[in-house]
Write a protein that binds this ligand. Structure first.
Ligand SMILES: NC(=O)c1ccc[n+]([C@@H]2O[C@H](COP(=O)([O-])OP(=O)(O)OC[C@H]3O[C@@H](n4cnc5c(N)ncnc54)[C@H](OP(=O)(O)O)[C@@H]3O)[C@@H](O)[C@H]2O)c1
Length: 261
């Protein structure tokens, strides 16, 4: 009988290449740190190169490895070119975290079609495209982990974010559909649905509505907002061999918010 593998071995990502989009700040940066700390070579992406370079220097100062790549995840040509460059540079891509989203805060009756489309493109099609470009590399290797970052807004709507709610809900359908097609070639596809985490992504909302922070904390059974680092461990589970039999799933990380009334 062989001894059970240690958690350190199960979650070890040494030798693997991970790509995290939207990783210069917020949840993407937190997940990138966790994957890098587990041994992965992490490609951090975003649109602002100086910010990415500063974050890469931080990772390297911690003794972790990776690279910074600037491209707009909502741009089809730029995404295609970036993935092709990564594939030729590294010859592998084991983990992909699609973390970018686009938002237009407007009442349904005030939103025009171009605004709707920009949210669908930035929050749904960008994830589909990233999976479309990277799955062949993973399928060729017979191993891969695709993680799409959704939101509890896929389950709970608020006024003013109809396109975002729709896009995030559709990501859950995409996860199931891709999981079914890619499981036979060794690629798992899952989503993380974060609740409310303190990031720059919601600073505008918290500034515009000063009571929003406390309202969310009061509504959350854990009685607080999430720390971005708290999403990292969930991402590590989905990114590692530990999740070998988990595919087509959505893991909610929300301090119990969607479990309560
Ligand atoms: N924070 C929350 O409470 C929360 C809750 C539920 C779901 N989420 C989801 O979690 C994800 C991250 O949210 P966050 O709050 O961490 O956001 P954030 O703090 O605003 O950070 C967004 C990151 O993505 C990059 N980015 C944005 N659009 C991009 C694009 N088109 N192409 C490439 N990079 C792009 C940004 O850098 P550049 O601006 O330089 O590109 C930045 O690094 C989103 O999908 C969001 O919907 C967040």
């Amino acid at each position: 009988m062989t001894a059970p593998r240690t958690p350190a071995a199960i979650f070890d990502l040494t030798g693997q290449v991970a790509l995290v989009t939207g990783a210069s700040e917020g949840l993407g940066w937190a997940m990138a740190q966790t994957l890098a700390a587990a041994g992965a070579y992490v490609v951090i992406t975003g649109r602002r190169l100086p910010l990415l370079q500063a974050k890469l220097e931080q990772l390297q100062a911690w003794g972790m490895s990776g690279e910074a790549m600037a491209f707009d995840a909502a741009d089809a040509g730029a995404t295609k070119a970036a993935i092709a460059a990564l594939a030729s540079r590294h010859g592998r891509l084991d983990i992909v975290v699609s973390n970018t989203a686009a938002g237009v805060r407007k009442a349904f009756l005030e939103m025009d079609e171009a605004e709707w489309q920009s949210v669908i493109d930035g929050s749904l099609t960008a994830g589909w495209r990233l999976a479309r470009e990277t799955a062949p590399i993973m399928a060729g290797a017979g191993y891969g982990r695709i993680i799409l970052i959704s939101s509890i807004n896929a389950t709970l709507a608020r006024p003013g974010i109809s396109a975002y709610v729709t896009a995030k809900t559709a990501l859950h359908g995409l996860v199931r559909a891709l999981a079914v097609e890619l499981a036979p070639v060794g690629v798992t596809v899952n989503a993380l649905a974060p609740g409310y985490f303190l990031t720059n992504g919601n600073v505008a909302l918290r500034t515009a509505k000063p009571d929003f922070h406390d309202k969310i904390a009061a509504r959350t059974p854990a009685a607080r907002w999430g720390d971005p680092q708290e999403l990292g461990a969930a991402a590590l589970y989905l990114a590692s061999r530990a999740s070998s039999f988990t595919t087509g799933s959505v893991i909610t990380v929300d301090g119990g918010l969607t479990a309560t009334i």
